[in-house]
Design a protein around this ligand. Structure first.
Ligand code: WT7
Length: 660
């Protein structure tokens, strides 16, 4: 049944999806998370988190679980002391698992390396000694600008081990982006590589560092890992990793740091403005990363092979490649390259090679796989997969179903995990053995987490209603601020619902009739058509539910009659016929949206495009599409993954307008 609360609502609820998939009895019986977990957390939230913190090794136990007296600055596990790297590495060696593979690393050109926990301990110890030899210690900032190679993980853990804060900057960012981030937190050290493999060819990386460091006087040294053997200019501050690190002792005694000792800064750009340095600390962050990894992914350290396809340049790589998995003694795959190098089945080949059982990726990639066609995964043996995850954007129900059928063998539970750089770890997600999953819904706050959907006044909306997603309780892995900008921290997250004391996530959301949460995209992207507040996600999902469409982005463009009109940009699926972009086909798509969610959401205009503008982490940049839809010069494209995409879209527009 379609519900439309209509005018005046914070956000209308238009799209209804009624398919549900309960876990099998076998899965439910063996699952790490059982239904009682919800009850336990509800009965005593702080006692629940204290129990989760016991998953870790503490050198000194805390005296207080939560101190929220200085809100919005939380202190978790007050008085406790631990070493984060020890928890991710050494304790597994000490418990007799030194020979277990921690990382099956797969390089883009086809080279590979298996790293055991014993080896990881030696590598991290050497790197930690190297940092100490350079005078890097507690609270110093270290920029890490590297491709997905094992040394990047060693470097992060070495920082954690000596109490220095890492600031990982994605290897696809420019010299200027690197420089502003180094400067903002005054990094003393940069760790990088000579070059990186990208789509089968080595590309230089160090020149960007040279340029950035020339304008960043805080940097004293640059450690360079040799990866591609590309020739590099050598600067006074440079030192080779293999000369500095390899000569160090592989013994290092970790020091215990306070639970609130800073662990890392990670810059998040959003779509506009100066990037925000999101600050995370140690004990609470590791507790929630570890807890979610175990329960949401149902990770079994002795038998699972886990693979998260993110880059360490994003928070997903921090929490679900480094800290969550390693604190749980995972065996995981880390892949250096792009998914279509050297062919479009590369991921499935890797799943088959290592027997990957848990696979965690982003909707943008799933829709790309859809575009490439189901025959590609069908060529590989994917029967080892037993849990699938999704993160980064709302996953359209059709993409979810495609993922389940073509990757998950029609049976692996899918966990749609909602969280943010700021939340540090997963907040909303089904528990795979407990909750019957629904395609497109992140469903419920995890045990121990408080989240709800509220209206403009901060009042919770009824089932079937839409509004804003807020977090109404502090959580262990919450950000502890924006580096150097307390005011911006309060203003961005805590001012919208200051009276209620809610954290405002910036996302629109709705409850379905069962009270499950559906994410509806960023509130800044919400469209207002004749007074109806329509979510981009719902219209996009309606478009993707048509068999010819692989991917869609919609924006509201100013409209003389309706305030805003919906303009859609669509990418067709691999097998869609040659007439799928013709005028009749476009009309059928518009009618399809009207049928799926109602005439109010029928796009005014639909354009078939070869690509969509995305950030380097795969999020669609609707701001640029709004410029196109409103016939404006396209704005700042510097954060686009591929800046030529906008030219392609504009060129396509001139050749065939598909309005009716
Ligand atoms: C924003 C946070 C969390 C790691 C990667 C992104 C969107 C994230 C989901 C999801 C719907 C999602 C939200 C959120 N988002 N996961 N499962 N369903 N939307 O981290 O770059 O900080 O982005 O990503 O809009 O606010 P991020």
């Amino acid at each position: 049944m379609t519900q439309s609360p209509g005018q005046g609502q914070a956000l209308d609820n238009l799209l209804t999806e009624s398919r549900t998939f309960p876990p099998s009895d076998e899965f439910a019986a063996q699952a790490n998370a059982q239904p009682a977990l919800y009850e336990e957390a509800k009965a005593d939230r702080e006692a629940f988190w204290a129990k989760q913190a016991e998953r870790l090794h503490w050198d000194t136990k805390w005296t207080q679980v939560l101190d929220w007296s200085d809100a919005p600055f939380a202190k978790w596990f007050v008085g406790g002391k631990l070493n984060v790297a020890y928890n991710c590495v050494d304790r597994h060696v000490e418990s007799g698992h030194g020979d277990q593979v921690a990382i099956h690393w797969e390089g883009e050109p086809g080279d590979s390396r298996a790293i055991t926990y014993g080896e990881l301990q030696r590598e991290v110890s050497k790197a930690a000694n190297a940092l100490t030899s350079l005078g890097i210690g507690a609270e110093d900032r270290v920029a890490i600008y590297m491709p997905m190679i094992p040394e990047a993980i060693f470097a992060m853990l070495a920082c954690a081990r000596v109490g220095a804060m890492h600031s990982v900057v994605f290897g696809g960012f420019s010299a200027e982006a690197l420089r502003t981030r180094i400067e903002d937190s005054a990094c003393r050290l940069v760790i990088t590589t000579d070059g990186q493999y990208r789509r089968g060819t080595p590309a230089p990386l160090k020149p960007a560092v040279d340029e950035a460091v020339a304008g960043a006087p805080s940097v004293e040294k640059v450690i360079v890992v040799k990866r591609t053997d590309t020739e590099v200019a050598w600067m006074d501050k440079d030192v080779w990793w293999h000369e500095l690190v390899d000569s160090q002792s592989d013994q290092h005694t970790p020091e215990a740091f306070d639970a609130e000792h800073p662990l890392f800064i990670l810059y998040t750009s959003g779509t506009t403005g100066k990037p925000k340095g999101i600050l995370h600390t140690s004990g609470g962050y590791l507790t929630q990363a570890s807890y979610t990894q175990h329960h949401v992914f149902d990770l079994k350290p002795d038998t699972d092979v886990y693979w998260c396809t993110a880059d360490i340049g994003w928070v997903t790589g921090h929490s679900y490649i480094v800290y969550g998995p390693l604190s749980n003694r995972v065996t995981q795959v880390v892949y250096e390259g792009t998914p279509n190098t050297p062919h479009e089945g590369r991921h499935w080949e890797i799943v088959q090679k290592y027997g990957v059982s848990i696979y965690y990726t982003a909707p943008t990639l799933i829709r790309t796989f859809m575009k490439w066609g189901a025959e590609i995964p069908a060529k590989f043996d994917l029967s080892s997969l037993r849990v699938l995850g999704s993160v980064g954007e709302p996953i359209n129900p059709e993409a979810w179903i495609w993922y389940r059928e073509n990757v998950g063998g029609g049976k692996a539970p899918i966990v749609d995990t909602w969280w943010q750089t700021e939340t540090g770890a997963i907040m909303i997600s089904p528990l795979p053995g407990v909750v019957s999953t629904k395609p497109g819904s992140a469903q419920r706050p995890l045990p121990g987490i408080g989240a709800k959907v509220v209206n403009d006044e901060g009042v919770e909306v009824p089932h079937g209603g839409g509004g804003y997603l807020v977090l109404d309780e502090p959580w262990p892995s919450m950000l502890r601020g924006i580096w150097g900008d307390e005011e911006r921290y309060r203003e961005t997250y805590w001012s919208r619902f200051a009276e209620q004391g809610f954290y405002f996530a910036g996302d629109g959301a709705k409850y379905d009739d069962d009270g499950d949460i559906w994410l509806l995209g960023r509130v800044d992207d919400v469209m207002n058509v004749s007074g109806h507040r329509i979510s981009t996600t719902e219209v996009e999902s309606a478009l993707v539910s048509h068999p010819t469409v692989a991917e869609a982005a919609v924006v509201g463009a100013s409209d003389a009659t309706t305030g805003q009109g919906i303009v859609a940009f669509v990418i067709l699926r691999g097998g869609a016929g040659s007439d799928a972009g013709g005028a009749d086909a476009i009309k059928r798509l518009r009618d399809h949206v009207a049928k799926e969610i109602g005439p109010i959401a029928k796009p005014r205009q639909i354009m078939v495009v070869p690509e969509l503008p995305k950030t380097r982490s795969g999020k669609i940049m609707r701001r640029l599409l709004r410029d196109v839809a409103e016939n404006r010069a396209v704005g700042d494209v510097t954060t686009l993954a591929d800046s030529s995409v906008m030219d392609l879209i504009s060129a396509g527009l001139q050749s065939g307008k598909s309005e009716d």
